[in-house]
Design a protein around this ligand. Structure first.
Ligand SMILES: NC(=O)c1ccc[n+]([C@@H]2O[C@H](COP(=O)([O-])OP(=O)(O)OC[C@H]3O[C@@H](n4cnc5c(N)ncnc54)[C@H](O)[C@@H]3O)[C@@H](O)[C@H]2O)c1
Length: 509
């Protein structure tokens, strides 16, 4: 049975009137609930209410809310100064400081004043729900309700159950979040829940690529945006989040998983934190945000001669889009019978899509010296940039021929030093691997993992759906090659991916 959303006659308590608490109070009041806001800092609740009312007026000005609705919602917000003022609420959402002991103490005080039927929710982003609930007389009443920042704008809410959490109450909050216009997903209380766990490789693989000298930050960011379809690249995103915050989340997930190499923090980021280069907020991170700073530009290859003799092989997504783009540019090419999985051959240079090996390794394995690899794109038809890497065995013209080919197809070309798995393929494979592990460990189902990543961090595609599109065999191959190349446990393949391959299915099939 599915439980109903709380009715709007249920009044709600929000504790903590900071960035998250204020956003949550705004959502609940707009949805029709009376909301009591409590904060330990004097005046903070009243200030939050004034700010929310200003937000409502902005929504009215934009035509997104009527003046009557805004006025009524504003009237439903009440400051509270004592916990006892929350005694008549049916749901209390906590959004105070991220500290286990402080949260436990708060919920114990609430348990002393609230009715036994009142649901307790915590917006913690990293503390175990099981652990916060453990100090309650009735731990079943505590549910994780993890909103994303800024809460009024971000659709995702993770509804997290600890070991003791009542299924009925989790379902009630799921339905309530939905009634508030959000997209909830269920998750089990494990480190990082869904989003903060599955997103780790997005930052970590970027940092590892930088550490290995694959390219500079601006180039890697441009590849992730313009080929990968991500709204922001990892370095600009970390700069925006703040390195202190991002590094703390990585460390907390890594420690919580008993130092699993999958989550190993980066020394580069540690240095940034130690130097106080925290990103945009300190005007210095991977980029310089001083008013007069020269913007960092990605490395884009200069114009190269177009190749004369082009053969496209097979009808993979990369090959079909290349054929289409060359055709649109009136470039003559022939369609060849592929003897292996090469995409294209141009003036004797053979180009493959990366399979997780370096170009140098592939050249040696295939016995082809004039060998270039290309990275994957989210949408090869629309991508504006493509990354390539060239085998060390190749002659001096090889790179120029590959650049010329992709340029006539309308791509900006960025060349990477010859790293395994390149940028987009390596990152997406690792995101899918982490999502697959979360599913395999019962944290969430595949659709919830994908929804969480699309809505919680704006990924252009859910990593598992993306893995199916790339081909689960290919993703497996990439991870295995990374594992062989680096010899690190970090790249071990998720049992879920392996089982899909044994069964001959895809993740979603
Ligand atoms: N900021 C984010 O991006 C984000 C996203 C999701 C979840 N969270 C989680 O939400 C919670 C709040 O984060 P935030 O960014 O809003 O923090 P914040 O610092 O902006 O606000 C916290 C507020 O809680 C108040 N407070 C602290 N201890 C209190 C207590 N014992 N009783 C009453 N009030 C108390 C503070 O005075 C402050 O106003 C944390 O658990 C955080 O991990 C944060």
């Amino acid at each position: 049975m599915n439980f109903q959303a709380l009715s709007t006659s249920t009044s709600i308590g929000v504790i903590g009137a900071g960035a998250m608490g204020a956003g949550i109070a705004q959502i609940a009041a707009a949805a029709g609930h009376t909301v009591h806001i409590l904060d330990a800092r004097e005046g903070a609740a009243a200030q939050a209410i004034a700010n929310i009312q200003a937000q409502f007026l902005k929504l009215v000005a934009k035509g997104k809310m009527t003046a009557e609705d805004a006025n009524a919602a504003a009237q439903r917000l009440m400051p509270a100064s004592l916990i006892s003022e929350l005694s008549s609420t049916g749901l209390v959402i906590e959004a105070i400081v991220e500290n286990l002991d402080v949260k436990r103490e708060l919920f114990s005080s609430l348990e002393a004043v609230c009715d036994a039927s009142c649901i307790f929710a915590t917006n913690t982003s990293s503390i175990s729900i099981t652990s916060i609930a453990a100090s309650l007389k009735n731990p079943a009443r505590l549910v994780g309700m993890h909103f994303f920042n800024p809460a009024p704008l971000m659709a995702l809410v993770e509804i997290i159950s600890g070991l003791a959490t009542s299924k009925e109450l989790a379902e009630t909050l799921y339905a309530t979040a939905k009634a508030w216009g959000k997209t909830p997903v269920y998750a089990k209380s494990t480190p990082g829940f869904i989003v903060n766990r599955v997103a780790r490789p997005f930052y970590a693989e970027g940092l590892r690529l930088l550490n290995e000298g694959a390219a500079d930050c601006a180039t890697l960011d441009a590849i992730m945006r313009e080929s990968g379809g991500f709204k922001m690249g990892p370095f600009e995103l970390m700069d925006m989040i703040g390195h202190d915050v991002n590094f703390a989340v990585t460390q907390s997930v890594w420690r919580a998983f008993y130092n699993d190499q999958r989550f190993l923090p980066s020394l580069i980021q540690q240095e940034m934190v130690e130097a106080g280069h925290l990103g945009k907020k300190t005007k210095r991170g991977f980029y310089n945000y001083d008013d007069h700073a020269t913007p960092s530009m990605p490395n884009t290859e200069g114009l190269a001669k177009r190749p004369l003799d082009i053969t496209i092989f097979g009808n993979s997504r990369a090959a079909s889009a290349l054929a289409h783009r060359l055709h649109s540019a009136s470039i003559v090419f022939v369609q060849g019978e592929a003897s292996d999985d090469r995409i294209v051959q141009a003036d004797g240079v053979v180009i493959y899509e990366t399979d997780g090996r370096t170009a140098t390794h592939r050249a040696q394995a295939n016995g082809i010296h004039q060998l270039v690899l290309s990275d994957i794109a989210l949408d090869y038809e629309k991508a504006t940039r493509i990354a390539i890497t060239v085998a060390h065995q190749a002659n001096s013209q090889t790179k120029q021929i590959a650049i010329g080919l992709f340029q006539v197809a309308g791509y900006h070309v960025s060349s990477l030093n010859d790293v395994a798995g390149m940028a987009v393929m390596r990152t997406v494979s690792m995101l899918a691997n982490e999502a697959a592990d979360a599913v395999n460990q019962g944290v969430c189902d595949a659709a919830s993992a994908d929804t969480a990543m699309r809505l919680g961090v704006n990924y252009p595609r859910g990593p598992l759906a993306w893995a199916d599109e790339i081909g689960i065999l290919k993703v497996n191959q990439v991870l295995k090659h990374l594992n062989d190349f680096y010899g690190e446990d970090r790249y071990r393949v998720s049992p879920l991916i392996q089982q899909c391959i044994f069964a001959g299915t895809t993740i979603y099939a």
